[in-house]
Write a protein that binds this ligand. Structure first.
Ligand code: AHR
Length: 492
């Protein structure tokens, strides 16, 4: 018997717009995220367009990616942007001390990144090096990317093949994780450093204002947010928050596939913790910034498991299953409920790293369940959310106690009402009754096992299929299978 669940959607209480940027991506110089994943170089046997993998680019195109954050992450604070410009054969080979101690040849640098983002129609979120370089380096990097006119750096960019400034540089990160890999600073020191560096971040470019993003808290470090808001709010337009979901502990995270139901439930409990984090960090921000001028950017989130056996240590390469699809949907739904403050988010990471959209091996590529959720969620970009109240049984698994069904509702930019319905229970179907009339069609993602995933030999094992609600006595009803994510458009 399916569980009976009811949903009330309050169409009279629209929230602030869901910024498209909450579906942002993070692409660090880490493992095979950039090299191999995005960039193979123009001489590669792998089909490419000016060095960019054609298959990956075509797949990413479909996601309407609003923003990409680059080059880190922790890597940002070891990166000298000057290494990555000019003729590729002359660029220095460096050691990636942050990730695996491997060398990289800098063939994917500023021009390659900015052009790539532009081709995908995405804004660029460039993370500056505050840990090991001077404010002047940030200033000059921004000048290289955004200056028109005749400055020497603008001319250098032209000599490197890019005439016009990139107008898609919308965001600039003033350091990353300055509490850890970005310099191991105290909150007070980091807030001061932020003020100093942000002074030299050019705020206007030909593309419009550049958002200065402060390096924010790790998980529940509320003191960090307090100090940044108290001491540095005036010099920032957004403050970041990083939170990763793992089923076990930091030392023993657990495998990406082949896990049991306890790990499934634990992962989803940890994913839902995002709501508390955003709520509490936002409350602190409200104290110092009641007008909500400073946004909260969850610019690193996603699942983090044990790396795949046999993969390079430090490359953070992991499989991605139906469980990740649930985490993605639940997390995006949480962001839909906090649109007053959360204006950007970036899942870690786009290709081949952590909770990726795409995995590649040589010339093969697969789309992960997380990719499919992002694809299904495109209509939520720019939509207006409505509160949805769900009543129904809980899903209990040992010590874990979760809501069985999660729902997000929003009116899309196209005027249609969209619903996302997530069944967290791996065993039990739900019959979800809404107060809405009309019909609803869309797509659903589910699979036979809790770790259903795609492989290079079977890349289409899990993919969305057509799905529809039923009109029962004038009310829209959804038969939602166990462990599933559905997105539908309602026609009333
Ligand atoms: O995404 C992997 C790493 O996680 C990032 O480099 C860092 O910012 C965070 O700790």
């Amino acid at each position: 018997q399916p569980a009976q669940v009811s949903v009330a959607i309050d169409l009279n209480s629209p929230g602030a717009k869901i910024e498209p940027a909450i579906q942002g991506q993070f692409a660090e110089d880490l493992g095979r995220g950039l090299y191999d994943g995005i960039w193979v170089g123009p001489d590669s046997k792998i089909p490419n367009t000016n060095g960019y993998r054609s298959d990956v680019m075509a797949a990413l195109d479909k996601l309407h990616i609003p923003v990409i954050r680059w080059p880190g992450g922790c890597f940002a604070d070891q990166y000298d942007w000057r290494d990555g410009i000019g003729p590729r054969e002359k660029r220095p080979v460096r050691i990636n001390y942050t990730w695996g101690g491997v060398t990289y040849d800098n063939s994917f640098g500023t021009n390659e990144f900015m052009d790539y983002a532009e081709r995908l129609g995405a804004d660029a979120y460039v993370a500056g090096n505050m840990g090991s370089m001077a404010p002047r380096d940030m200033q000059q990097w921004i000048e290289y990317m955004t200056a028109g006119g005749k400055s020497t750096l603008a001319e250098e960019r032209r000599a490197n093949g890019r005439d016009k400034p990139w107008t898609n540089l919308k965001y600039f990160g003033v350091g990353n994780e300055t509490w850890g890999c970005g310099g191991n600073m105290t909150a007070e020191h980091a807030a001061n450093e932020h003020r100093r560096y942000a002074t030299f971040v050019q705020r206007q470019s030909e593309g419009g204002p550049i958002v200065r993003v402060g390096s924010g808290a790790n998980v529940d470090d509320y003191h960090w947010t307090e100090v940044f808001m108290r001491d540095a709010a005036r010099t920032m337009d957004a403050l970041s928050l990083h939170y990763y979901t793992f089923p076990g502990s930091w030392e023993h995270k657990g495998p990406a596939t082949g896990f049991d139901k306890a790990a499934w439930a634990s992962t989803l409990v940890h994913a839902l913790h995002m709501d508390e984090l955003v709520t509490k960090h936002s409350a602190i921000m409200d104290k110092y910034d009641p007008d909500k001028r400073v946004a909260l950017y969850v610019d690193e989130w996603g699942t983090w498991y044990d790396q795949e056996p046999g993969s390079h240590p430090g490359f953070l390469y992991q499989q991605n299953s139906l469980r990740d699809a649930e985490v993605a949907a639940l997390t995006l739904n949480i962001f839909h409920r906090h649109t007053d403050r959360v204006k950007l988010a970036a899942i870690a990471q786009m290709v081949n790293v952590l909770q990726a959209m795409i995995l590649t091996r040589d010339d093969k590529m697969l789309l992960t369940p997380t990719y499919h959720v992002f694809d299904m969620y495109v209509p939520f970009q720019g939509a207006t959310p409505y509160p949805a109240t769900v009543e129904g049984p809980r899903y209990k698994q040992g010590e874990y106690d979760l809501p069985m069904v999660d729902v997000s509702a929003a009116k899309g930019a196209d005027g249609k009402l969209y619903l996302s319905l997530v069944n967290l229970d791996p065993d039990r179907a739900a019959r979800v009754t809404t107060g809405l009339g009309g019909t609803a069609t869309g797509r659903i993602l589910t699979g036979p096992a809790i770790d259903t995933h795609n492989t290079f030999d079977a890349p289409n094992t899990i993919h969305p299929v057509a799905y529809a609600g039923k009109n029962v006595g004038g009310k829209l009803v959804f038969d939602l299978p166990a462990k599933s994510v559905a997105v539908v458009a309602v026609t009333q």
